[in-house]
Design a protein around this ligand. Structure first.
Ligand SMILES: Nc1ncnc2c1ncn2[C@@H]1O[C@H](COP(=O)(O)OP(=O)(O)OP(=O)(O)O)[C@@H](O)[C@H]1O
Ligand SMILES: [Mg+2]
Length: 364
């Protein structure tokens, strides 16, 4: 049991040797498979909250009445094993009101399960595009609160915890909502701990289409500003209620949320961007500010993006976007000149890293 974890993970070919070591007593513990089986009614379909490539998440209740969400990872392989190890390792280190904490885990011979607190209002995705999409529980005030909370969670990961952490998978399904619609950022399975003094890592591309920063998607360059970019896309999604990628009629071409929003932003038609489900109930000044912040965050050049401290201050209205704003927001453009981006990254401390698992693009 403990509030932080260190792992003695010895490689993906040696599954039984992953032994998380508890450091001190507090908020999480090791669960048995039987306990979690019982809590989720035998991993019943009715308890299923969601599913993605490597596993499914089930709602459950422990015998002492704790509401939990259990992620049951699918077939054991090196990728699953690595994601489990990373998530437990990272979750054990983070303690912030806007980050989903670790309740525990179960690491049997051939099972890997992670236990979290259950978030009764599920994910932001379910409110914007999923099962609650017609209920309008997310009014303007709640959306602004979600934006600030997520930004604070990210700021904590980037600057306040040591070693610093890059999330790499900021997206609407990884923003969960508690009973008061306070946001908690989840989904740390592909997070990167960044060694001291290192600002940028080159690695294989993982993350979710629609949210990937161009320099990361094209050249695998990961830095904190990749999360800033994804956060900018998330802000646009939150305000507009649109999906980050949509299929155009005919089904062959796709359009990113940036491509959709850009003409409105350039012509300062901010009101036309707002989610129609809000029926005009929003604060116009906040709207302009948020769109401008999203624009800055999703800047094509990483060094022109603000850091999360600046984003938090901007969102809280402690700073105005003012001169900072430069209208050059673009999505991934394949004709981009790689040399130009390389030059832009000069002076950034950097090292190359080889991930043990393969190229992994998750579709939102
Ligand atoms: N603690 C939780 N409380 C309530 N619902 C949760 C919780 N954790 C996950 N979920 C639900 O389960 C769904 C699936 O989560 P999961 O993280 O496995 O997939 P994902 O977010 O779509 O993809 P990724 O693995 O890339 O993060 C989420 O969208 C969310 O609705
Ligand atoms: Mg997730």
């Amino acid at each position: 049991m403990g509030s932080s974890v260190s792992s003695c993970y010895r490689g993906s070919d040696n599954l039984k040797e992953y032994v998380p070591i508890a450091r001190n007593n507090s908020s999480w513990r090791v669960f048995t498979y039987q306990e979690l089986y019982k809590a989720t009614n035998g991993f019943n379909e009715d308890n299923k909250l969601g599913e993605e490539g490597s596993g499914s998440v089930y709602r459950g209740e422990t015998i002492d009445g704790l509401q939990i969400a259990v992620k049951k990872l699918k077939a054991m392989n090196s990728k699953v094993e690595m994601e489990f190890a990373v998530e437990v390792e990272v979750l054990g280190r983070v303690h912030h009101k806007n980050l989903l904490g670790l309740r525990g885990y179960c690491a049997g011979t051939d099972q890997r399960l992670i236990v979290y607190d259950y978030m009764p209002n599920l994910s932001l995705l379910s409110h914007l595009h999923g099962k609650f999409a017609n209920e309008l529980q997310l009014d303007w005030q709640r959306r602004m609160n979600i934006a600030i909370g997520c930004a604070e969670g990210l700021l904590y990961l980037h600057d306040e915890v040591t070693p610093h952490i890059i999330h790499r998978n900021i997206k609407a399904s990884n923003v969960l909502l508690d009973s008061n619609f306070e946001p908690v950022v989840a989904g740390l399975k592909i997070a990167k701990l960044i060694p001291d003094g290192v600002d940028q890592i080159t690695t294989r591309v993982k993350g979710s289409l629609g949210y990937l920063a161009p320099e990361y998607a094209v050249w695998g360059k990961v830095s904190r500003s990749c999360d800033v970019y994804s956060f900018g896309i998330l802000l646009l999604e939150l305000v507009t209620g649109r999906k980050t990628i949509e299929k155009l009629p005919g089904g062959i071409k796709i359009r990113t949320i940036i491509e959709w929003a850009e003409p409105f932003i350039v012509n300062e038609r901010f009101k036309d961007l707002v989610d129609p489900k809000l029926r005009g109930n929003f604060n116009e000044n906040q709207l302009k500010q948020v769109i401008n912040i999203a624009t800055l965050c999703a800047h094509v050049e990483p060094e022109k993006r603000p850091n999360m401290k600046e984003v938090v201050n901007l969102l809280k209205g402690d700073e105005t976007v003012g001169k900072l704003l430069q209208m050059r927001m673009e999505g991934i453009k394949c004709e981009e000149d790689p040399m130009a981006l390389d030059k832009a990254n000069d002076g950034v401390s950097h090292y190359e890293e080889e991930d043990s698992n393969g190229y992994n693009m998750l579709v939102p």
